[in-house]
Design a protein around this ligand. Structure first.
Ligand code: ADP
Ligand code: MG
Ligand code: ZN
Length: 515
């Protein structure tokens, strides 16, 4: 990570090393290393995340207005979500159901809960208060295990309503240089679950992995569409640093409203470096709420601890306590689909044995894209597991919507043909493209139509011999060790066979002749 410009400069303590004040700060590739400041001591980053997840309900949390992204502004509003006098909130049962599913997926305890009013003025919040859960949240205590083996504990996951949305009109798009502001209340009252982690995260890379996995879990439960670019998931990052090896937490800053993984990672890296520089220069970090300036690549202060809002929480008088009966809780927990970690394990189990690093990546991709059910079904119908996995990771992802509708039987049949040598990899991919476009079909028929027939071993050998004979000079150089000529011969054989030869088979034949 790179210390922020303007701070890095004279901020060092002039201690040992002194390699330009930026020594050792270059771990941005993974963000996993211990952070280093300009002095001799290593620092550790400590991060706790608050993730706001918009729930995929038909209607808002306390009224019957439509919950939809991208509609004409201020069309999905009513007296309740506009906070007009005399209107009364009615809790959306499905939002409660989704909150309980999230709780179950995160191993939380589901508890009797209640709602409070959180009072503050903001132009995009028509009621001047937000209904949220305060000291009695619906989900308490839990954890999320990441694919890297680390565990992040969950403090709570509570229900609350979203605010509206302000757009600042003007060249900058920001409030300062804006000519005027437009307010859209369609989002006001949309149900949210806020998931608060313990400060268990130790790097920007781990923070990204946590949000990636959490997003996959939220999608698997049916609670979220996971669309960060539409604001369905928004992250506040609490960041502090401490000397490596110490256990007390440092003073944290909270960075508001990060809406992409990239921003999240960059903001944490910037903030880590800023705090290290401050601590080395002055020994203190002020607790602050900060804003991430995407184009400037820096965080800027929003308000200090002294300026923090006093929200004057008090119990929402228009709502009764929420006490879901055990049977409803059990039903919600039971309708949580197979979670990503279980889906990954299922694929690894199909391959059998320890997966290679490559295969681990393929498993991640296939599960992240929801293609794992297809792979499992194809393998059940006889497809070789490793081949199904690699084709799903590399070929199906390109046209995901169509691929998700692919008939697993056709997919299995094609992969079996390829594995038996009836089709080359290239031919098989071409047939697969047709199957995807049509949602299925008869792979053998399509292969025949395309004139695909794999070359027999003996005719391939004959073609290779011919090509070698026609290019004696290149062959001599190949024999002398010029390995890159394998590509030349492969190309010649492909040309001579009209692309019907299998690259791997050519390579094997060349190796055989060279011996
Ligand atoms: P608040 O209610 O003021 O927002 P919390 O104690 O509930 O404060 O913490 C909010 C978030 O800040 C949690 O995700 C928590 O893990 C994180 N957090 C708390 N202390 C630290 C710290 N010293 N460094 C980093 N994150 C922290
Ligand atoms: Mg907070
Ligand atoms: Zn409404």
């Amino acid at each position: 990570m790179r210390p922020p410009a303007g701070i890095d400069g004279g901020a060092g303590d002039g201690g040992a090393g002194g390699a330009g004040g930026n020594r050792g700060a270059g771990d941005s590739a993974t963000g996993d290393a211990v952070a280093r400041g300009s002095g001799a001591t290593d620092w550790e980053t400590v991060v706790g995340l608050e993730v706001h997840c918009e729930l995929k309900t038909q209607t808002k949390l306390f009224c019957c207005c439509k919950n939809a992204f991208g509609d004409e502004p201020n069309t999905n509003v009513c007296p309740v979500c506009l906070g007009l006098p005399g209107s009364l909130p009615v809790l959306n049962a499905f939002a409660v159901e989704l909150a309980m599913r999230i709780g179950a997926a995160l191993h939380c305890e589901v508890r009797p809960s209640s709602f409070h009013r959180k009072n503050y003025f903001y132009p995009d919040m028509p009621k001047d208060y937000q209904i949220s859960q305060y000291d009695e949240p619906i989900n308490v205590g839990g954890w999320l295990d990441l694919p890297d083996g680390s565990r992040v504990r969950i403090v709570r996951a509570h229900l609350e309503e979203d605010t509206g949305k302000t757009t600042h009109q003007g060249e900058s798009g920001r409030i300062h240089a804006a000519d005027y502001a437009l307010v859209d209340y369609n989002r006001a009252g949309v149900p949210l679950v806020e998931i608060v982690s313990e400060p268990d995260i130790r790097s920007s890379a781990q923070a990204r992995r946590y949000v990636t996995e959490l997003r996959a879990v939220l999608v698997a439960t049916g609670a979220s569409d996971g669309r960060m670019e539409e604001g369905s998931l928004r992250v506040d990052a609490n960041v502090s640093v401490r000397r490596a090896g110490t256990t007390a937490y440092g003073t944290r800053c909270e960075i508001k409203n990060l809406n992409s993984l990239r921003s999240l990672g960059r903001a944490i890296d910037y903030e880590t470096a800023r705090q290290i520089a401050l601590l080395e220069a002055t020994g203190v970090v002020d607790q602050e709420t900060r804003h991430w300036d995407e184009s400037g690549g820096r965080t800027i202060p929003l308000r200090s601890k002294e300026e923090a809002f006093d929200y004057r929480y008090f119990p929402e008088p228009d709502l009764v306590p929420l006490v879901p009966e055990a049977e409803w809780q059990a039903r919600a927990a039971g309708s949580v689909g197979l979670l990503p970690s279980a889906r990954r394990q299922r694929l690894v189990g199909l391959i059998g044995g320890a997966p290679s690093a490559h295969q681990v990546d393929q498993v991640d991709v296939v599960v992240a894209q929801g293609l794992d059910d297809l792979v499992v079904a194809a393998v059940a119908q006889g497809a070789p597991a490793e081949l199904a996995l690699v084709r799903a990771a590399n070929e199906l992802a390109a046209d995901l919507d169509a691929a998700l509708a692919l008939d697993p039987g056709s997919f299995a049949q094609l992969l079996t043909m390829e594995a038996q040598g009836a089709l080359t990899a290239t031919q098989s991919k071409a047939v697969l493209a047709e199957l995807i476009a049509a949602g299925g079909g008869d792979p053998a028929g399509i292969a025949a139509e395309k004139g695909f027939e794999a070359l027999s071993q003996s005719s391939l050998a004959a073609v290779v011999r011919e090509v070698v004979g026609a290019n004696p000079e290149e062959w001599a150089r190949f024999l002398a060790g010029e390995d890159k000529l394998a590509g030349f011969f492969t190309g010649q054989v492909m040309r001579a066979t009209g692309g019907k030869a299998d690259g791997k088979a050519i390579a094997a034949e060349l190796r055989r002749l060279r011996r």
